[in-house]
Design a protein around this ligand. Structure first.
Ligand SMILES: Cc1cc2nc3c(=O)[nH]c(=O)nc-3n(C[C@H](O)[C@H](O)[C@H](O)COP(=O)(O)OP(=O)(O)OC[C@H]3O[C@@H](n4cnc5c(N)ncnc54)[C@H](O)[C@@H]3O)c2cc1C
Length: 400
């Protein structure tokens, strides 16, 4: 079977749709295969840099958040308004059903051919070329697409990655569960349409965090944890009851894994490359994955473009290299932060106290909003370092 397609992108979430758009715009023949029907469980918070860099139109932003509230185990609260250090911007909230569909349609407008069905496996033709086998949604028939290469963007626990990349089946994950509820009619002290609440309390999550993210008329109330046997549903019920949200209508209840670490290899050294959650690119500590999935999608398209032009499989390795060069340091810092500060309630209490610090906020907001570490004031970094050390030493003393 000779290849008709240059690339088949499996998975039409933010990563796959972005990769398909860029490859189609570069003039390649692309098929974008996505499963029908399931809405990705997600808090839907995106930074302004994503909105700018990926030209997301206004109508997809269903909520504009201007403050984060961090809640400690003692119920002490620290409010972090965006305008203090994040400029006059906002954190955008998107609903993944409309957001993802819009991205897939943008890919189609760029020239990618959409296929709806479930990816099953990659077979090899007599020349060793890749053939993507999937079950079509319309009639349940098995279909085959011969292609020069495959991008696996089919999310955490990716079938493409597990079938082609060593170690992909052992990717560590947090399991996240959320309920999409109808927002209360009026804002009050416990719920504000312009504020994201983040709870650092062992009763709600022993190793990650819980959240209330407003989406205009709806809200996402959720929790993540990697601890086996921890009752995520019960934790969300406690959170809803605590924040007077128990009586709000529940629209959907759903969960999904969040990868904790990028895979060491994203390609099979031949003609398959994985991206987004399938490659494990979610920021530790925050669980932020949409922006990184789209950037990884861009890098994957770039690497595949080079592979298609040169025919050299080693071009595929460029995607991970370039991504990690840009974001590896931040992932490393966030990984350490998660390991240390989410360890027990005493440390979580100190972490929230630390978030009240102006120097910390001056560093955190631009890092989230614009994916920029602000190097403008080295003295501020020195102060943060000294304070961090003081908190660490106090904590170590207190937990001994
Ligand atoms: C509960 C929860 C809350 C989150 N909150 C946030 C947040 O607020 N902000 C943030 O930035 N990130 C958040 N994340 C992380 C974020 O959702 C992901 O990192 C992001 O969606 C990754 O995008 P992706 O395109 O790589 O994968 P996905 O969005 O998972 O897309 C994968 C696509 O592949 C398709 N697919 C899967 N298997 C197959 C198959 N066999 N055949 C065909 N198609 C297939 C799926 O239908 C889907 O369309 C959250 C995650 C969870 C679970």
């Amino acid at each position: 079977m000779s290849a008709i397609y240059d690339c088949v992108v499996v998975g039409g979430g933010p990563s796959g749709a972005t990769a398909a758009t860029d490859l189609a715009r570069a003039g390649h023949r692309v098929a974008l295969l996505d499963r029908a029907g399931r809405i990705k469980p997600c808090g839907g918070a995106i930074p302004p840099k994503l909105i700018r860099d990926f030209a997301i139109p206004d109508h997809l932003i269903v909520g504009r958040v201007v403050a984060a509230r961090m809640i400690a185990p003692s119920d002490a609260m620290v409010d972090m308004p965006v305008d203090r250090f994040g400029g006059d911007g906002f954190v955008g909230m998107v609903d993944r059903d409309t957001f993802d569909e819009w991205l897939r349609e943008r890919a189609a407008l760029a020239g990618a051919e959409r296929r709806t069905g479930r990816f099953d496996r990659i077979e090899r033709d007599t020349d060793g070329g890749a053939v993507v086998v999937y079950t079509a949604h319309a009639d349940g028939a098995e279909r085959r697409i011969a292609t020069r290469c495959v991008i696996g963007a089919d999310g955490a626990r990716s079938r493409v990655a597990r079938g082609t990349i060593a170690g992909a089946d052992r990717m560590p994950c947090v399991f996240a569960y959320h309920e999409v509820i109808r927002s209360p009619v009026a804002d009050d002290a416990a719920f504000d349409r312009r504020r994201c609440d983040v709870f650092y309390q062992a009763a709600l999550s022993p190793d990650f965090y819980a959240w209330v993210f407003p989406h205009g008329d709806t809200a996402s109330v959720g929790v993540g944890s990697a601890v086996k046997g921890f009752g995520l549903r019960e934790a969300v019920a406690r959170l809803r009851s605590r924040n007077h949200l128990a009586g709000c209508e529940t629209i959907r209840s759903e969960g999904a894994p969040i990868p904790l670490r990028p895979l060491r290899k994203w390609d099979n050294g031949r003609d398959v490359l994985v991206t987004g959650d399938a490659a494990g690119v979610v920021a530790p500590a925050s669980g932020e994955g949409i922006y990184y999935a789209m950037v990884a999608g861009q890098e994957s398209a770039r690497a595949v473009d080079l592979f298609l032009v040169t025919g050299k499989p080693r071009a595929l390795a460029q995607a991970r290299k370039r991504f990690m060069r840009a974001h590896g340091q931040v992932f490393w810092i966030l990984g350490i932060m998660q390991y240390f500060w989410y360890h027990n309630d005493r440390r979580r209490e100190r972490f929230v106290t630390m978030c009240d610090d102006r120097d910390v906020q001056r560093m955190l907001w631009p890092a989230y909003m614009n994916k920029q570490l602000v190097y403008a004031n080295p003295l501020a970094y020195l102060r943060i370092f000294m304070k961090d050390m003081r908190y660490l030493l106090q904590t170590a003393g207190a937990t001994r």
